[in-house]
Write a protein that binds this ligand. Structure first.
Ligand SMILES: NC(=O)c1ccc[n+]([C@@H]2O[C@H](COP(=O)([O-])OP(=O)(O)OC[C@H]3O[C@@H](n4cnc5c(N)ncnc54)[C@H](OP(=O)(O)O)[C@@H]3O)[C@@H](O)[C@H]2O)c1
Length: 446
């Protein structure tokens, strides 16, 4: 029998337990496809006796998670603990330092430390794979690294956080407010008790930074990702967007151009004739535009034990094939970011001000004469041209439509540079006509 690929599993939560279930359920076909079995040599988590819904008795438990990296009976360490630093990073560094390949689902760690880990993997001649870190079960990293490898990609964008997409599509379907839709997401297990990373856009920003690096051959650069989440989106915004023929989606978008790399996570208005407007619930979708392939759309489950385990085990099968004794050292492992770290381009951050497009602007204003004129004057002075203006009555959540209650004013701008919108908002800063800072949602264009 062919030598098994021996793995150590660190972290046995949602994803870790899913990996065990998958390896057990599909052992036969995995062996045929990988050319050899994938065997769990050791596993570890915090609490040995926790019920994880899988029988751990057939496997060797190691109390010391970080020591998995040094075990002589392990070829690949699978890090499924989470967190950008702490035990996950210690384990990852130790694994590579001991000449083990590393598979991880940890987007936070890859977004912050991916280059360092990739450099260590390249130096050690081992593999570093993180398909599960971006869009769960969707093979988008393989799709870009391999399937689209012949293309120059100008832009990659998509719905990268299932929790936010569930909340926004629930708000659209049921007219629920953000807080109620979030509570439903939590009740259904789509949102963490502390949902900040998801709803503030940070999780999507981690994934976007990774995608951008793979797509453009650039050094991964998380810090400049302009990140705005969905907390301030109102049911009224979604209803308004629907009337205008758009859906509201949290979009991560990365573009590489002559002025550098632009990366943004932000709620967008997506035209109904765009495929991303029809991505509902906890689903993820990524669009990549190649100069020969045209538009590619990757869509599927972005989280959950099964889909995420599917991506983790696909990475393991890939490593098993490339490192099999039959390959005799000739299996090409490939650089973790497609291109060796030393050859990745350090791209400057492209400024958002020069970007041209349409936007939806929403104001909650005092219901008194002169307020609309004040907003219109700021737009005019900043050079923002307004395509349509919508004034609604009082907002239910702000106390109804009684006279004197704040009211919602929304507008859609003509095409124009974002710099002008920023200037208009600056002119309105501190105005006592505004009950809260305006909400800007860009409109996804071609
Ligand atoms: N869940 C998803 O759908 C999903 C999708 C894509 C990517 N990911 C990524 O996959 C990773 C794991 O996510 P998850 O949802 O499976 O997390 P989880 O359910 O919270 O599981 C985390 C596991 O790590 C263990 N752990 C935590 N701290 C540890 C420590 N100091 N030492 C040893 N073990 C420790 C926990 O042990 P105990 O169980 O003993 O407490 C638990 O088994 C994260 O990076 C996440 O971002 C998750």
């Amino acid at each position: 029998m062919a030598e098994p690929l021996r793995i150590a599993l660190a972290g046995l939560g949602t994803v870790g337990a899913g990996v065990i279930r998958l390896l057990e359920a599909n052992a036969g076909l995995i062996e045929r496809r990988a050319g050899r079995p994938i065997a769990i040599a050791a596993l570890s988590a915090r609490e040995r006796h926790k019920d994880r819904g899988v029988d751990l008795r057939p496997y060797t438990w190691d109390d010391d998670t970080t020591a998995l990296a040094a075990r002589a009976d392990v070829d690949v360490v699978v890090e499924l603990i989470g967190g950008s630093d702490g035990p996950a990073l210690t384990l990852a560094r130790n694994a590579l330092a001991h000449g083990k390949s590393l598979v991880t689902a940890n987007k936070a760690m890859i977004a912050h430390h991916g280059l360092e880990l990739a450099q260590a993997a390249e130096a050690a001649g081992v593999a570093l794979r993180f398909e599960a870190a971006v869009a769960g079960g969707i093979p988008v990293i393989k799709g870009l690294r391999e399937g689209a490898a012949a293309n120059a990609l100008q832009r990659v964008y998509g719905i990268l956080n299932g929790t936010c997409n569930f909340i926004l599509s629930t708000m659209e379907d049921t007219r629920a407010d953000f807080a109620d839709a979030l509570a439903e997401a939590q009740a259904k297990g789509f949102a963490e008790a502390d949902p900040g990373f998801d709803i503030d856009g940070i999780d999507a920003a981690h994934k976007l930074a990774i995608l951008a690096s793979i797509a453009f051959g650039s050094r991964i650069d998380f810090a400049p990702v302009e990140t705005v989440g969905i907390r301030r989106v109102l049911a009224a915004d979604i209803a308004q967007a629907a009337q205008l023929g758009h859906a509201v989606r949290l979009i991560g978008i990365a573009e590489a151009g002559a002025d550098g790399l632009f990366q943004r996570v932000h709620p967008y208005l997506v035209p109904r004739d765009h495929p991303l407007a029809h991505v509902d619930g906890a689903t993820n979708a990524v669009v990549a535009e190649g100069n020969f392939s045209g538009r590619l759309l990757f869509q599927g489950a972005g989280a959950g034990d099964g889909p995420t385990a599917s991506a983790v085990v696909a990475d393991l099968i890939d490593i098993a094939r490339r490192t099999s004794p039959e390959a005799d050292g000739t299996g090409e492992l490939g650089a973790p970011f497609s291109i060796p770290v030393a050859a990745l381009e350090a791209m400057p951050t492209a400024p958002s001000g020069d970007r041209v497009g349409k936007a939806y602007l929403r104001f909650i204003v005092a219901d008194r004469p002169g307020v609309l004129a004040e907003i219109a004057a700021a737009m005019r002075d900043a050079g923002v041209s307004i395509e349509s203006l919508i004034q609604q009555g009082g907002l239910a959540h702000l106390g109804g439509a009684d006279a004197g209650e704040p009211v919602l004013v929304a507008m859609v701008t003509h095409h124009g540079p974002e710099r002008c919108i920023a200037e208009a908002l600056r002119l309105l800063e501190g105005s006592d006509s505004l009950a809260e800072p305006p909400l800007v949602m860009h409109i996804l264009g071609e």
